[in-house]
Design a protein around this ligand. Structure first.
Ligand code: KE4
Length: 432
């Protein structure tokens, strides 16, 4: 019988499945939403990923956001190399952490004090704990389709991986935890007001992705964020902007600096670690001074403020600070790509809605506007899977789920943009 040729990739995945649940360390990577075998990446540089079979891919995932400067940016590599020679973790305070905290507070006006942690999940769960401690209230409001990491409080109609896994409420999350998490509809202040009416006096926080990226990109409609700010002011509820994805991505000061709204707390991650494990939460000193050891709200972490993460984060943020023109360039490149894609799909009679802002975008195979989870889920996921695999075969790696944001990095040059557009001109007719 002809020996079944198993590609190196398939062999790696087969091995991985034997030792790691689903063969991956984060669900969305497993290609469950699009089928097929995930590509194991061996290295990356600039705008390109390289797999174990010598194939290269233009990267539009960029590690789900962190790699805004492109892969292995020289200034970040240099900073990590110089830090690593001084050992990797001390478990003591370091100057670098002070410098990173100062920089975050300088670049994000609403943040007066900040605590570094090791993931966006940790940042969001800590921010909720702080809001509950400060207000003495238990309940929180989140939005369908928004994802704030995998802490129990949030795995209620979560977006991102949980949405893709088709299991919005994860087993293992207790009903008591869920009872303190209320779910509103994104871009729907009426749904928020209904919950506030019902639970008046019990609400500690409203947590929101000010630009949603975990149901695919969904933009806040006019008045939505302003409305949340007003509700929180009136009801003395803590407003938390989860900017883990959008912080330093859409602007130096995040979405809050673009819309001129100050949340009480902000969560950060991804870019502030330059690709190393990181999270952070910060806001008014009055709130943050409740965090141990300054105050009674406990939160800790062995590797929080790790010198390698801090070095990579400082190098990335300092580069962005020194080159603010990057944001304009990223926005221009992304606009050029998305406008061209709209033209190509339309010319081929395929209805798409492309939601984009700054260097984030999502192609929904959907003839209607996508303004919340409900409308996002009307998209044709089968057509998306075909699109995904055609692009992959032509050397473009996008997110293996349409309920994710794509990310453009600074390494996507004019020529690479043209290549992305050219490949779309080639493959979109095959989608019909
Ligand atoms: P982490 O715990 O994955 O570092 O961050 C959780 C998180 C919190 N808030 C927002 C707005 C986020 O986007 C995330 C994580 N984003 C996903 C991308 N959809 C990470 C990718 C993954 O889960 O593998």
């Amino acid at each position: 019988m002809k020996k079944l040729f198993l590609s190196l990739n398939n062999k790696l995945f087969k091995r991985a499945i034997g030792y790691i649940p689903g063969g991956v360390n984060s669900p969305v990577r497993a290609f469950k939403a699009v089928g097929g075998t995930p590509v194991f990446i061996k290295s990356a540089k600039g705008a390109f990923l390289y797999d174990h079979e010598g194939k290269s891919y233009i990267d539009l995932i960029n590690s789900w956001g962190p790699m805004i400067l492109g892969h292995a940016h020289p200034s970040v590599v240099k900073a990590i190399k110089s830090a690593v020679d001084k050992s990797f973790s001390f478990g003591t305070p370091t100057e670098g952490e002070v410098q990173l905290a100062e920089l975050i507070c300088e670049m994000v006006p609403s943040i007066e004090k900040v605590r570094l942690v090791n993931s966006g999940t940790e940042a969001c769960m800590s921010a909720i704990r702080l809001a509950r401690a400060f207000t003495g209230k238990n309940k929180i409001i989140k939005f369908e389709g928004c994802y704030h990491g995998h802490a129990d409080s949030f795995l209620v109609s979560a977006g991102s991986g949980a949405l893709t896994q088709g299991v919005p409420d994860s087993p293992g999350v207790t009903s008591s935890v869920v009872s303190d998490t209320l779910v509103a509809r994104y871009n729907n202040l009426k749904s928020v007001n209904q919950l506030v009416e019902k639970e008046r006096g019990q609400l500690a926080a409203i947590i929101v992705e000010p630009v949603a990226g975990n149901m695919g990109v969904v933009l806040p409609e006019k008045g939505f964020l302003e409305g949340l700010r007003k509700i929180c002011d009136c009801e003395k509820i803590i407003l938390i902007f989860d900017e883990v994805m959008t912080g330093f991505r859409l602007a130096e000061g995040g979405v809050q600096s673009l819309v001129g709204i100050k949340p009480d707390l902000t969560t950060l991650g991804k870019i502030i670690g330059g690709g190393m494990p990181v999270g952070a939460y910060g806001g008014k000193a009055e709130l943050m001074n409740l965090i141990s050891p300054a105050g009674p709200v406990y939160q800790a972490g062995t590797l929080s403020g790790n010198p390698i993460t801090v070095a990579a984060g400082l190098a990335t943020l300092n580069y962005l600070k020194k080159h603010p023109e990057i944001y304009g360039k990223l926005n221009e490149t992304t606009k050029k790509i998305t406008l061209a894609l709209e033209r190509i799909f339309s010319m081929n009679g395929i209805s798409v809605t492309i939601n984009s802002i700054g260097s984030m975008f999502t192609v929904f195979f959907n003839k209607n506007a996508v303004t919340d989870l409900y409308s996002a889920k009307q998209s044709d996921t089968k057509l998306f899977s075909n699109y995904f695999h055609l692009l992959l075969s032509k050397g473009i790696h996008i997110a293996p789920s349409c309920f994710e944001s794509l990310f453009v990095s600074m390494a996507i040059t004019e020529n690479i943009s043209k290549k992305i557009i050219g490949i779309h001109e080639e493959i979109v007719p095959e989608l019909r």
